[in-house]
Design a protein around this ligand. Structure first.
Ligand code: SAM
Length: 312
């Protein structure tokens, strides 16, 4: 399918290009924020798994360009982390790093001058293999790594927003989050395809156990890290709870659809025919930012130099 036809088929894809966003995901964060207003009055923000950078663009625009308190701009900082290199974005410090590696936390804290963040978001998605169980497991591990890093960097009462896939064991995650945050909601923005299992957890009011000092240790697994948290609670530890967990006791996070019924439906096909300029409707738009180092780059170079030929 050509990009012109995708422009028509997916209005968020087209609108992202019109508004200068690098990816259509920008609308997911914007629509979540319409409902929860978590982007008001932020100072220190971490965008995990940020490439190509449309969430960081949203953060930069709301915190700086459209800020209601520009006099505070010099105290504000956005750090965007991804395995992939990212092209620069105004007011954003980019870090090419693995969020599952403990050194990444140290680098973020260093950039914040050891201050903590008000807001951490993660739109992380690993490369899919097509093996469903493996993909689900790796995605779950990525969310847990993002949460682990968040517990070490988020201020009390801060917000954590992360992409999830509503698989079989998702209520286990909701329970764990319920121990760390005052309110946990599973939200589905209109720009996220209804046909996909993708949703976002919006965790408000970070409120960890008072006597727990989260600390990343290279020699501890994510599970061991969180055991430390549950054990420090005076309540029955989650570990004990999970042993005799009955289905009816499983936590169900409230589910909320956001983005308003009038916004574009991401599963519908639209025909763009603006009455004032029908010609413009047929033009496809160039990407806002070409990928910096895509995995297919080498193949393209070989193809252009005629070296990508198969021996007959
Ligand atoms: N929110 C981004 C935006 O709006 O442009 C899109 C994020 S994209 C869906 C998912 C990203 O997760 C990819 O860029 C990928 O490189 C990143 N990622 C996956 N595993 C990671 C890891 N362990 N550490 C850092 N980034 C990771």
């Amino acid at each position: 399918m050509g990009k012109g036809s995708k422009d028509k088929r997916d209005l968020y894809y087209r609108k992202a290009k019109e508004l200068g966003y690098r990816a259509r995901s920008a609308f997911k964060l914007l629509q979540l924020n319409e409902e929860f207003h978590f982007l008001d009055d932020l100072e220190k923000v971490v965008d995990l798994c940020a490439a190509p950078g449309s969430w960081s663009q949203v953060l930069s625009r709301t915190m700086f360009e459209e800020s209601k308190n520009p006099e505070n701009n010099e105290n504000k900082k956005i750090i965007a982390v991804d395995l992939q290199p990212m092209s620069p974005i105004d007011n954003v410090t980019t870090l090419q790093a693995d969020i599952t590696h403990p050194r990444t936390l140290a680098r973020i804290l260093e950039l914040f001058g050891n201050e903590k963040a008000d807001f951490v978001c993660s739109d992380g998605a690993p490369d899919v293999t097509g093996l469903h169980d493996l993909d689900e497991y790796v995605q779950q591990q990525l969310i847990m790594s993002a949460l682990q890093l968040t517990t070490c960097i988020l201020k009390p009462q801060g917000t954590f927003v992360a992409k999830i896939f509503r698989g079989r064991d998702i209520d286990m995650l909701y329970s764990q989050l319920g121990y760390l945050f005052d309110r946990v909601v599973c939200a589905k923005p209109r720009s996220s395809r209804g046909t996909s299992l993708e949703a976002f957890i919006v965790c408000l009011g970070y409120n960890p156990p008072a006597n727990w000092e989260p600390e990343l240790d290279m020699n501890k697994s994510v599970e061991e890290f969180f055991q430390g948290c549950y054990k420090s609670m005076s309540k029955l530890s989650i570990e004990d709870k999970l042993i005799d967990w009955h289905d009816e006791e499983r936590t169900v996070a409230p589910f909320m659809s956001c983005g308003g019924l009038n916004s574009i439906d991401s599963d519908a096909t639209y025909h763009i025919e603006p009455s004032n300029n029908p010609q413009q409707a047929r033009q496809s738009l160039d990407p806002v930012q070409s990928p910096t180092n895509p995995p297919y780059k080498k193949a393209l170079e070989l193809k252009r130099s005629g070296k990508l030929t198969r021996a007959v």
